[in-house]
Design a protein around this ligand. Structure first.
Ligand SMILES: [Zn+2]
Length: 504
């Protein structure tokens, strides 16, 4: 059993979870569920980034002690991801003692292994309180941070600890070019390579005298820079530096937004190289959910509510729509109209209709018991081809391609029902032919239920039980897709999987 350790970015505790966060979480969850289907020992980490100054500021504005503020938000985020059927195994918060301990241990290890990589320097620059970072010339537009045009940049000068990032440029460039550190999709890899080719400056990794955050080891006057400590969460969750942390580490996949590739593909690998800790294998940088042409985010002030989006057609439908229509590789649009169209066409009239008519015919003609027979029909050939296409796309994290393989097969199956016309076979008393058709449909439904489960885990599990499947779909049903063992299974009549909304 191969281990597969995957993570999502941790979210700032300064606002409510929104659709932009949701795309990342359901995409990573879809990958986690797919790896479990394939038999991997998955460890899936999500969590919260709680040490930023802007978190403390948000708490202050709300008149709440910061520790209480972050706890409330952590519960809210975790509950939201559970509602969206995310299956994370661990939930890390950077205010936890385990994270403080690993952060200190990693900095101490950098100092021990490569003295000189952490040094004292003076930093002066234009600081954005929104981003919590000094901005480079290229990030400043009309005198303002490009991400926060309404905030004034503050000229700041202070003594900090620095990290000798520049020293690792050549090595990281080599690792990314060779694929030893995979950065996907290619458009993001090319961006990161261009940043590396332009050269790296050493970075400040502490701030003076902040009341909130992790004290810098050996210097209580300084606090660890929030970006530096946030990255370490992926290692904290493994128990580093305790013996046995390598049972999880290195991470097999970091899923992050395209805006933070510099941190995950350059700074984080450099920190690990300096500490002589193994590097993650792959970073996947997804695009953004757009609403009316603008990125959905807290700072953009976009108004689409995640709760409304979940309530509209249920969590399975939202997951499916985000991964199929918005997409996990580049920016994509969210609109209510398109969501409703996809829901009706793909889920209600497509998958839902196929399931209900197949199970209804099994109930009517065979008292729910799946007959033997019919192996090797045209629909079986389509099913096997869909399984192969699905594996090939999902293996390279093309989630849209995986969804297309599933729903392409749904279309073929609905066509097969029309052409095979089981009701006619029943009327004509052609019992063997009818057995063949019903068995073929049951095998197809079995394959579809398993393949769709990473996208619509709640509905897939309920369909699985209706089909007479035992226990959970995960972890190990992949091998049975070749020849689904449906003969003799006792099916029941399903609830309506995807009810059509009442006309307005
Ligand atoms: Zn900013």
């Amino acid at each position: 059993m191969a281990k597969f350790y995957l993570t999502t970015a941790i979210d700032y505790s300064n606002g409510e979870p929104h659709l932009g966060h949701a795309l990342e979480k359901v995409g990573a969850d879809c990958i986690a569920r797919y790896r479990r289907l394939r038999g991997d020992a998955v460890h899936f980490l999500m969590g919260m980034d709680e040490n930023a100054q802007k978190v403390a500021l948000a708490a202050e504005h709300a008149g709440v002690p910061p520790a209480e503020w972050v706890r409330t938000l952590a519960e809210r985020f975790d509950a939201t991801w559970r509602r969206l059927l995310c299956s994370h195994d661990d939930w890390i918060r950077t205010t936890e003692p385990r994270h403080h301990r690993t952060t200190v241990a990693l900095i101490e290890r950098i100092r021990a292994r490569n003295p000189g990589d952490v040094f004292i320097g003076e930093y002066e620059g234009l600081y954005c309180t929104g981003c919590e970072e000094f901005k480079q010339e290229s990030q400043i537009v009309n005198g303002h941070c490009e991400e926060h045009p309404h905030l004034e940049l503050v000229r700041t000068r202070e003594q900090n600890y620095f990290f000798r990032l520049s020293r690792y440029r050549d090595e990281i460039l080599g690792l990314i070019r060779s694929g030893a550190l995979a950065v996907e999709p290619a458009i993001r890899r090319n961006e990161v390579v261009r940043v590396l080719e332009a050269g790296l400056q050493d970075i400040s990794i502490s701030r003076q005298r902040l009341a909130w955050g992790i004290p810098f080891p050996g210097d209580p006057e300084q606090t660890v820079y929030v970006w530096f400590d946030a990255l370490i969460n992926y290692l904290s969750a493994t128990g580093f530096p305790d013996a046995g942390y390598e049972r999880l580490w290195p991470a097999d996949l970091h899923v992050v937004g395209k805006g933070i590739t510099r941190f995950h593909c350059i700074i984080w690998p450099a920190m690990l190289l300096s500490a002589e800790v193994a590097l993650p294998r792959e970073v996947w940088a997804h695009g953004y959910v757009q609403w009316g042409g603008t990125k959905v985010s807290k700072s953009a002030g976009t108004a689409v509510s995640l709760d409304d989006a979940i309530a509209r057609h249920g969590p399975d439908a939202l997951r499916y729509f985000l991964l199929r229509e918005v997409g996990f590789e580049a920016d994509g649009n969210f609109t209510w109209d398109r969501f409703d169209e996809r829901y009706t066409a793909d889920l209600a009239d497509g998958f839902g209709n196929l399931a209900s008519r197949s199970l209804a015919m099994l109930a009517r003609y065979r008292a729910g018991k799946v007959p033997a027979g019919g192996a090797g029909t045209s629909l079986d050939a389509s099913g096997l081809a869909a399984v192969r296409r699905y594996a090939e796309t999902m293996d390279r994290l093309d989630l849209r391609g995986g969804a297309e393989a599933v729903f392409g097969l749904v279309g073929e199956a609905n066509l097969y029902v029309q052409q095979a016309a089981p009701w006619t076979l029943a009327k004509q008393g052609r019992e063997t032919d009818l057995d063949d058709v019903l068995a073929t449909l049951a095998r197809c439904l079995y394959r579809l239920t398993v393949l769709a489960s990473p996208f619509i885990p709640g509905k897939a599990q309920s369909l699985w039980q209706t089909l007479g499947g035992r226990g959970e779909i995960e972890p190990a049903q992949w091998a049975s897709l070749e020849a689904p063992p449906v003969a003799g299974m006792a099916t029941t009549k399903p609830e309506v999987l995807f009810p059509k909304p009442a006309p307005a």
